[in-house]
Design a protein around this ligand. Structure first.
Ligand SMILES: Nc1nc2c(ncn2[C@@H]2O[C@H](COP(=O)(O)OP(=O)(O)OP(=O)(O)O)[C@@H](O)[C@H]2O)c(=O)[nH]1
Ligand SMILES: [Mg+2]
Length: 280
């Protein structure tokens, strides 16, 4: 698994043939996306969920996607330490992906790692991503169940939810419920308009660092009703993403810079450039 994961991460050619072979064995794992702002407690929460699942006798795989922004420095080491409790347990496989300086391909590599762990027979696969901008959508592409982790006292969060998190969250977690403002955030979340189908995600409070509320969270995750058509929607997004990446992969990055320069200087127009690329 470790070697295959490395091949996937480094986009080695053999990764694709491996995944093609493994694909028929996928589709059985419960994939849980855990997303939220930097430092919200996602890794701590994931570590606690691992404990619950292991106690239930279920095997677990974790893909932790590092944020690209510089404030995440040291996150890999941090994740290792926080999840160290499971270090010697072969029933737990943890992979942290460093994405700093990595342009594109993240969604695909993450998807592929999840498929690998799924094919390997992991009962549960947890994907940790930092929810910043587009990344929130990315996690929704991967997970059967999406857990959005919020913390009290971050005024922006509820605004961000209004901007779309409501649609992707299956479960809201107010972590660091030991901090002031948890009740207020709880109220705010309950005041959000319902989803299109009239339902609202459950809201749970946790203190991940102490394990408080984690069993309830595992239960809430279990109770998330499968949405009809969700898998088809996810695969449509993934297929679009794959096609986009494939196409972009064919052009050396330098070619974009040069074309951009010419377009900016009005030496050519963007329509002609793209048409020409598609023709070649
Ligand atoms: N007080 C309190 N601290 C917590 C709680 N959960 C996590 N922490 C602490 O918050 C800090 C960040 O926790 P992480 O689990 O690394 O958070 P994260 O969301 O994974 O962070 P990134 O992956 O860097 O975005 C750590 O020092 C944790 O010990 C909690 O419920 N209460
Ligand atoms: Mg983390």
């Amino acid at each position: 698994m470790a070697r295959a994961a490395t091949a996937i991460e480094n986009r080695q050619p053999e990764a694709e043939s491996l995944l093609r072979e493994l694909f028929p064995r996928t589709g059985r794992a419960l994939v849980i996306g855990v997303t939220g702002s930097p430092g919200a407690g996602k890794s701590t929460l994931a570590g606690q969920l691992i404990k619950v699942f292991r106690e239930q006798g279920r095997t677990v795989g974790v893909v932790a996607v590092d944020p690209t922004s510089p404030y995440s420095g040291g996150a890999i080491l941090g994740d290792r330490i926080r999840m160290q409790a499971h270090h010697d347990d072969p029933g737990v496989f943890i992979r942290s992906m460093a994405t700093r300086g990595w342009l594109g391909g993240l969604a695909r590599a993450t998807t592929d790692l999840v498929l690998l762990l799924d094919a390997a027979g992991r009962d549960v696969v947890i994907v940790e991503t930092v929810g910043v901008g587009q990344d929130e959508v990315d996690v929704a592409r991967l997970a059967g169940v999406t857990v959005v982790v919020l913390v009290p006292g971050m005024g922006d969060d509820v605004q961000a939810i209004k901007a779309g998190l409501m649609e992707i969250a299956d479960v809201f977690v107010i972590n660091k419920a030991d901090h002031a403002g948890a009740d207020r955030l709880d109220r705010e979340l309950h005041q959000l308009p319902a989803r299109e189908d009239g339902t609202a995600p459950p809201v749970l409070k946790t203190v991940a660092s102490e394990g408080t509320g984690v069993a309830e969270l595992a239960e809430a995750i279990r109770n998330v009703a499968p949405q009809s058509g969700r898998l088809e929607r996810l695969w449509e997004l993934r297929l679009r993403e794959m096609l986009r990446e494939r196409l972009l992969d064919r052009y050396p990055p330098g070619q974009f810079a040069e074309a951009a320069r010419q377009v900016a200087a009005r030496q050519t127009d963007p329509y002609t450039v793209v048409e020409e690329w598609l023709r070649t």
